[in-house]
Design a protein around this ligand. Structure first.
Ligand code: MEZ
Length: 538
């Protein structure tokens, strides 16, 4: 329910609507984009970052909260793990029960591997589940993977690892077909043609969606399929450290059974890390659209065994998180709302940015409008936001469009007495995605042999900025690639003696480089207490 003051301000939106209808706000020039990013995007300031003192990325900057976890002690530093007692012995160990982990498991299983998925919370508690607006693929006649490639590279400011971006777009049409065949209920026209829309920075309409719960729908189907295939899944069993063998190759992991408190040893010929993102680290104090378990665990554990981080200093602030009401502060307002025509407006009811700039540019323009130009709307909890003129969607596409195309959004707001079909909504950027992560090759493997990474904890694909819908795509493309490769490679692998020696080596190296810390990582769950007591208990 809006306050009386907000309702008063809302009148400006209604007043300017007819002049805005049918007119596209001009897009920014390349120079304007550079300026708005430099001056407003949280990645382009130094304040949220510090330089790592040790390890493969020594001397490079990462967000402070991540640096603290990378330069922290292992949970196992003072715990004796009996590596002679193997609790699980598998061909492919998959760490993480989101979309990438599930896709990898299905492909490895298809190759005949004995697969184990181990996951921190429940199977499907992942950012995949939170993705709303869709998944990109160039599978229509006016489109091609080449065009998709150019958009991906442009969105990433041409910093993306070209081979990874190429793999992403090349596999995209078959990824959609795979999901469709498995039973994902994509939005289709009566003749079966997929309904596709634009996202920020796309030159063609290639966003395939299942209303505005695309990720949940994909996860539903993948999870069912994993269960139907009889693949073993351990829930509430996060990995706390990777295990190497005496040749320095990945050879398993130590799991922490959260129910019994016991540490368990999983030996594996190949390991696929698919632990997801880091939104719950709340970089620079931002709220997040991420699920509760997004705490950068994979980055921490991968770095400890020597995998390089790529673009770890580039974070995606989704332009439209909920700014009001406070109960859902920071929750995702899918980009699809803008794809369908809703435009961002300032306190005077004026549009100040084209509604589908790439995410980093769009978010920066909103931050500038609120924090520099002072043209945001104040919220009762002391923040600010800009309007997103959602009733435009019904005007442009006809009554009933919001309920049909973005029903989850509509219901989320209705719970708080806001009918987005009739009233605009208030938004502000929210921490949504880590653009970078552990550097992978095209088959998903890292520079540590037999260790693969897929999904949000992988780095290089999106460069400095990802476009909408390329994350649901990358979890499928690189999950499948990793699963297929690991599911073949294990056949020729003989695991040598297991070791956790890298923990001591890492700790010695930290001391040598002058790192002093009382922190322990991975933290596994975020702490919302004022101190860090909870983290340390983990
Ligand atoms: O790719 C995403 O992050 C996505 C689809 C988010 C959204 O706005 O719905």
């Amino acid at each position: 329910m809006y306050t009386a003051d907000m309702r008063e301000l809302m009148k400006k939106v209604v007043e300017t609507r007819s002049q805005r209808l049918g007119k596209d706000f001009p897009r920014m020039s390349p120079e304007e984009k550079i300026d708005v990013l430099n001056e407003n995007h949280p990645d382009y300031t130094d304040k949220g970052f510090r330089v790592l003192k040790h390890g493969v990325n020594k001397g490079q900057r990462v967000p402070k909260e991540l640096a603290d976890l990378i330069e922290a002690k292992s949970k196992l530093e003072n715990i004796d793990i009996n590596l002679g007692k193997i609790d699980y012995d598998v061909d492919v160990l998959i760490i993480g029960g989101g979309g990438a982990g599930a896709a990898a498991a299905l492909e490895a299983d298809e190759k005949g591997a004995k697969v184990l998925i181990t996951t921190k919370l429940r199977f499907g508690d992942a950012n995949t589940m939170m993705a709303e607006g869709g998944i990109q693929a160039a599978d229509k006649e006016n489109d091609s993977p080449d065009k998709h490639y150019l958009d991906v590279m442009g969105g990433g400011h041409y910093t993306n690892v070209p081979e990874l971006a190429a793999a992403l777009v090349k596999d995209a049409p078959s990824a959609i077909k795979w999901l469709d065949d498995l039973g994902v209920m994509f939005d289709k026209e009566a003749d079966g043609t997929m309904v596709t829309t634009h996202g920020g920075g796309t030159s063609r309409k290639r966003m395939h969606a299942a209303a505005d719960y695309s990720g949940a729908e994909i996860m539903r189907v993948l999870r069912d399929e994993v269960r139907n295939k009889g693949i073993e899944v351990l829930e509430f069993s996060p990995v706390v450290e990777l295990i190497l063998d005496s040749d320095g190759k990945a050879a398993g992991a130590v799991l922490h059974d959260l129910e019994t408190g016991r540490y368990l040893v999983a030996r594996a010929k190949t390991v696929i890390m698919a632990t997801g993102g880091a939104g719950r680290l709340h970089y620079q104090g931002f709220p997040t659209s991420n699920h509760y378990g997004a705490t950068a665990d994979g980055l921490v554990m991968g770095y400890r065994v020597g995998v390089e981080l790529a673009f770890a200093d580039t974070i995606q602030y989704h332009p439209t998180g909920v700014a009001y009401p406070a109960q859902i502060f920071g929750a995702l307002v899918t980009e699809k709302v803008r794809s369908l025509g809703a435009t961002p407006l300032n306190v005077d009811g004026e549009q100040f940015v084209y509604h589908l700039e790439t995410r980093d540019v769009e978010a920066s323009a909103i931050i500038r409008e609120c924090n520099v130009k002072g043209k945001g709307l104040p919220t009762p909890s002391g923040g600010s936001g800009v309007w997103l003129d959602t009733p435009l969607i019904e005007i442009i596409h006809g009554e009933g469009t919001i309920e049909k195309r973005i029903p989850a959004m509509m219901r989320m707001y209705l719970k708080f007495g806001i009918d987005m079909r009739k009233e605009p909504i208030l938004v502000y950027p929210t921490l949504h995605y880590q653009n970078g992560g552990l550097l992978i090759k095209e088959n998903g493997e890292t520079q540590v042999e037999n260790l693969y990474v897929a999904g949000e904890c992988a780095g290089g694909i999106h460069g400095k900025n990802r476009l909408m819908g390329n994350s649901l795509l990358d979890i499928i493309v690189f999950g499948r690639r990793a699963g297929k490769d690991a599911g073949e490679k294990y056949k020729s692998i003989e695991v040598k003696e297991l070791t956790l020696d890298h923990i001591k080596k890492y700790s010695d190296e930290m001391k040598y480089n002058g790192v002093e810390t009382d922190r322990v990582s991975p933290i596994l769950l975020p702490s919302y207490t004022h101190g860090r007591e909870e983290d340390e208990k983990n």
